[in-house]
Design a protein around this ligand. Structure first.
Ligand SMILES: NC(=O)c1ccc[n+]([C@@H]2O[C@H](COP(=O)([O-])OP(=O)(O)OC[C@H]3O[C@@H](n4cnc5c(N)ncnc54)[C@H](O)[C@@H]3O)[C@@H](O)[C@H]2O)c1
Length: 369
């Protein structure tokens, strides 16, 4: 076993603590926790075995020697808290999206470039088992040239009682038109199109059919669809809907290449299916699971049992292992700042596009900043 990294968790009583639900074998020591809610913070401190707790993350950063922080707070705090940690030389695992404005993105990128601490975005859907298998099949060349991807996040959050009193979701996820929460859909697609990025987006919506608990119309249209033109000339299509009445379907994907295609299961009882020219006749779908023996990455194989207890199909644990490696070994995480920007910026630009009647707008490349 290597040396444990000293971690502080911001938003410890919510998503931050949840990311560490499975810790057996993970080389972290939870040195401190932070949350603005006192009682849940005390419970999180006990549950995570933390040594100290704080109501303000700045006090935690100033007084505890940390290798890394997990930023698991609501969306509008991600960039501000990540920048503060990076400025102290502390590595960051930030919840998604990386930031809520292009200006914040620029400041976050500058903070990453100015220091040597690691930054990783916690886009855990990339680390889900089935998405990792598809990634390996793409990497083996079995899809040929990939030129189309489709991702959907359909998660009605109006009715859920735990979300209604959470004003930040009403403001930042349902209170802005366009793609406000797109990284779960776009992230895996980009990991299946290595080296490519979204250069331009256009976004349109379906209109408004629901009202909030105060009877007000949501600023977001029920469904927003963003088209993204890839640098390679390919296309991605992202649909996000956090308002419409329907069963959840948060990880729907399709991928098309010259030699293969993939369609994820859309509901319980369905199976992920794949067709690749090299392994099937022209008309024959195969169950993705039939290729798992050959293409499930070694890390997943090794941690499979522990991952069953972790959130998001085990993705939460697998990404945490990647982060711990990056911090301990001083290596750049695969989901580092430029990858985080490639997943975050298209959604932010889509919000301008939908305002401008669906105009095609350029997505800045953080590598040029
Ligand atoms: N990757 C995923 O699968 C996934 C799943 C759920 C949520 N999320 C993201 O995680 C983030 C948190 O979501 P949530 O549902 O846990 O939200 P939440 O409202 O429960 O907030 C998380 C925690 O942060 C605390 N908090 C709020 N403001 C704070 C501050 N300024 N400083 C310290 N603590 C503060 C809250 O008290 C709460 O305990 C959001 O950005 C959300 O989009 C991601």
């Amino acid at each position: 076993m290597g040396e444990r990294i000293a971690v502080g968790v911001i938003g410890a009583a919510g998503r931050g603590g949840n990311l560490l639900r499975v810790r057996d074998g993970l080389e972290v020591r939870v040195r401190a926790v932070c949350d603005v809610r006192a009682e849940p913070l005390a419970a999180a401190k006990r549950a995570l075995g933390a040594e100290e707790s704080f109501a303000d993350y700045r006090d935690m950063l100033a007084s505890v020697p940390l290798d890394a922080v997990i930023v698991g707070t609501p969306m509008p705090f991600h960039a501000e808290q990540a920048i503060a940690a990076l400025e102290c030389g502390v590595s960051v695992l930030s919840e998604v999206p990386a930031a809520v404005s292009i200006d914040e993105c620029r400041r976050l990128v500058a903070a990453c470039r100015a220091g040597s601490a690691a930054y990783m975005m916690a886009e855990n859907y990339l680390s889900m088992r089935q998405n990792q298998i598809v990634k390996e099949i793409v990497a083996a060349g079995l899809f040929g040239t990939v030129y189309f991807g489709d991702g959907e996040y359909l998660h009605e959050l109006r009715g859920a009682p735990q979300y209604n009193p959470t004003p930040w979701r009403r403001r930042w996820q349902q209170g802005i038109n366009g793609i406000t929460y797109g990284t779960h859909s776009l992230g895996p697609l980009l990991s299946w199109m290595p080296g490519d990025r979204v250069e331009r987006v256009a976004c349109a919506g379906t209109g408004h059919h629901y009202r909030d608990h105060r009877g007000r119309r949501y600023e977001a249209e029920d469904s927003s669809v963003m088209l993204g033109q890839m640098r390679s000339g390919g296309l991605v299509k992202i649909r996000v809907d956090m308002l419409s009445d329907r069963p959840h379907a948060t990880h729907n994907y399709q991928l098309q290449g010259t030699d293969g295609c993939y369609e994820s299961a859309r509901a319980d009882g369905e199976r992920d299916r794949i067709w690749v020219r090299a392994r099937s006749s022209k008309t024959e779908w195969r169950d993705l699971e039939e290729l798992a023996d050959e293409f499930l990455p070694a890390r997943w194989r090794r941690w499979e049992e522990a991952a069953r207890g972790a959130g998001h199909g085990g993705g939460d644990l697998i990404q945490m292992l990647d982060f711990v490696d990056a911090v301990r070994d001083g290596t750049e995480p695969e989901l580092g700042i430029d990858a985080a920007m490639d997943m975050t910026l298209p959604g932010l630009v889509s919000q301008r596009s939908i305002e401008q009647g669906g105009a095609w707008l350029e997505v800045p490349d953080s590598r040029d900043w």
